[in-house]
Design a protein around this ligand. Structure first.
Ligand SMILES: [Ca+2]
Ligand SMILES: [Ca+2]
Ligand SMILES: [Ca+2]
Length: 498
């Protein structure tokens, strides 16, 4: 049987805060119990209609995940990517971490890791190769993108990337024959002078956190964690998810080999923060200072904002309009308040109607907005039609965003489009009137400007620069330059005036 444990340490700490009269320090949020949006109970099967379990996220069949972000089952092959060196500690920043290929005791060998996001609820899980003894796991959610470096160095290979204040570390302890006995939630606060998500002061660091980790377990009232109390079998219809234990048995997680944890970012004051990377690790103990063992690192949310800018046509003649299409894109799961600023046309007001004309102005005209809401996994675009004078226009569009509800957003993105407006040529016809009778006269055209060479076309059908005619009447010529831009001139001949 499984047993539900909701962060007993957190509840105890909250009771202590209340007893100490510290209510004012608690931000009241509408907390979500993670198991109401994801099946957290110690198995992977989809038992409740409309609520996902891991087979919905990790298997193509059934492909019915409701997650805004999911990693799928990320394999961590035996003998790869383990921590090494004394700087590889949770309370030391990532540039000091080192890894190597190697193995750890089977009870600490991660086989697969996975995580998913449902609104502000994050769930994570994994399996270890054996259940021979208790195990401690840690799960990092990093706002910056963290990856494995390739440079060699003393004592192992480096990681790339660095902490941002507000990164989350969940510690969970699995004891023999038990479920998750304790969940501890910590927040990185070690970047001096940097605010936490929501642009608020970070919580104070914990005494045992090396001055860089704050213990926010007291806020994590609804955090839940479970391990499996009976064997769990991966369905045969799910080849994407493979598991073999230390005895060579495949497809079945022995008791206490699988674990799953869920927590609500909103009650941690981190709602709508975006986490680019997820790392699951095994640890020597529940202490912050524990020796770190195996890990599995993968991308989580795409904490990026994207921009797109194009213009059609990209080259026009003077006096002809061209239309820019301006796009802001949010590939991540967290909603953003976005702005788009054009280096020539200024602040872009995004229309409420998709694809409608961009508006410009401060404040924005009715029916448009800036900043504008950019939901996760969505994009918004508008069009801007312009008719500028001759010249080459390279304009940059800068799209930036902050997370809804506060918090530093992703790095701004700049994209550009180039519009070339070619000058039109001009043409005159030399004055040559036929008032004085002559049997013939010559009209001489003078094309200038634009982009030579020129093509000429008279209304007589002639294409030469000069034409010699005898009949009076209206003569006109059209000059077309190398860019297809044109102009024309006309003369009346025989009336002693133009
Ligand atoms: Ca489950
Ligand atoms: Ca289930
Ligand atoms: Ca590993």
């Amino acid at each position: 049987m499984t047993r539900l444990v909701r962060s007993p340490l957190g509840i105890a700490a909250l009771v202590a805060m209340v007893a100490a009269g510290s209510w004012a320090t608690i931000t009241l949020v509408r907390a979500v119990v993670p198991s109401t949006v994801f099946e957290l109970e110690g198995d992977i099967d989809d038992d409740v209609a409309g609520i996902d379990d891991w087979i919905n996220n990790n298997c193509a069949n059934p492909d019915a995940s409701h997650a805004s972000t999911k990693t799928g089952a990320v394999p961590d092959p035996f003998g790869q990517s383990i921590y090494t060196g004394g700087g590889s500690k949770d309370a030391i920043n990532i540039p000091s971490w080192k890894y190597k290929n190697g193995s750890v005791p089977t009870k600490d060998e991660i086989v697969n890791s996975y995580a998913a996001r449902y609104g502000d609820v994050i769930v994570l899980g994994g399996e270890r190769e054996s259940n021979d003894g208790s195990s401690n796991i840690g799960a990092w959610f990093f706002q910056n993108s963290i990856a494995l470096g390739t440079g060699s160095g003393g004592g192992g290979q480096p990681f790339t990337g660095s902490h941002k204040n507000g990164d989350i570390l969940i510690l969970a302890e699995f004891t023999i024959g038990g479920t998750v006995s304790d969940i501890r939630v910590l927040e990185w606060v070690g970047n001096a002078g940097e605010l936490c998500p929501g642009n608020v002061a970070c919580p104070p660091p914990a005494g045992d956190g090396n001055g860089v980790l704050a213990d926010i377990t007291a806020s994590a009232l609804n955090a839940e964690g479970f391990s499996n109390q009976s064997p769990v079998t991966i369905p045969a219809t799910c080849p994407e998810w493979s598991y073999t234990d230390n005895h060579g048995v495949s497809g079945i997680f022995g008791v206490n080999s699988f674990f799953e944890v869920g927590f609500d970012l909103a009650e941690l004051n981190l709602g709508n923060a975006c986490f680019a990377s997820f790392l699951l690790e095994t640890r020597s103990s529940h202490e912050i200072s524990a020796v770190l063992k195996d890990f599995s690192l993968t991308n989580f949310e795409a904490c990026e904002i994207g921009c797109g800018k194009s213009v059609a046509p990209a080259e026009v003649c003077q006096g002809t309009s061209a239309t820019y299409t301006i796009t802001a894109d949010n590939p991540g799961g967290a909603a953003l308040n976005a702005t788009a600023v054009d280096s020539i046309y200024g602040n872009i007001c995004m229309p409420d109607t998709a694809g409608a004309a961009c508006q410009i102005g401060t404040p924005c005209p009715a029916g448009s907005s800036s900043p504008f809401l950019l939901q996760g996994h969505s994009s918004r675009s508008c069009t801007l039609t312009v008719t500028p004078g001759a010249g080459t226009y390279v304009n940059n569009l800068t799209v930036s965003g902050t997370t809804v509800g506060g918090g530093a957003g992703p790095d701004p993105k700049v994209c550009s489009a180039t519009l070339k407006v070619n000058p039109n040529p001009s043409v005159t016809i030399d004055s040559l009137l036929a008032c004085t009778y002559a049997s013939s006269f010559t009209l001489h055209s003078n094309p200038t400007g634009g982009t030579p060479p020129y093509g000429l076309l008279w209304n007589t059908g002639d294409t030469t620069q000069n034409i010699t005619k005898s009949a009076t009447g209206l003569y006109s010529v059209t000059v077309t330059d190398a860019k297809g831009c044109f102009n024309n001139a006309a003369r009346n001949v025989g009336y002693c005036s133009d």
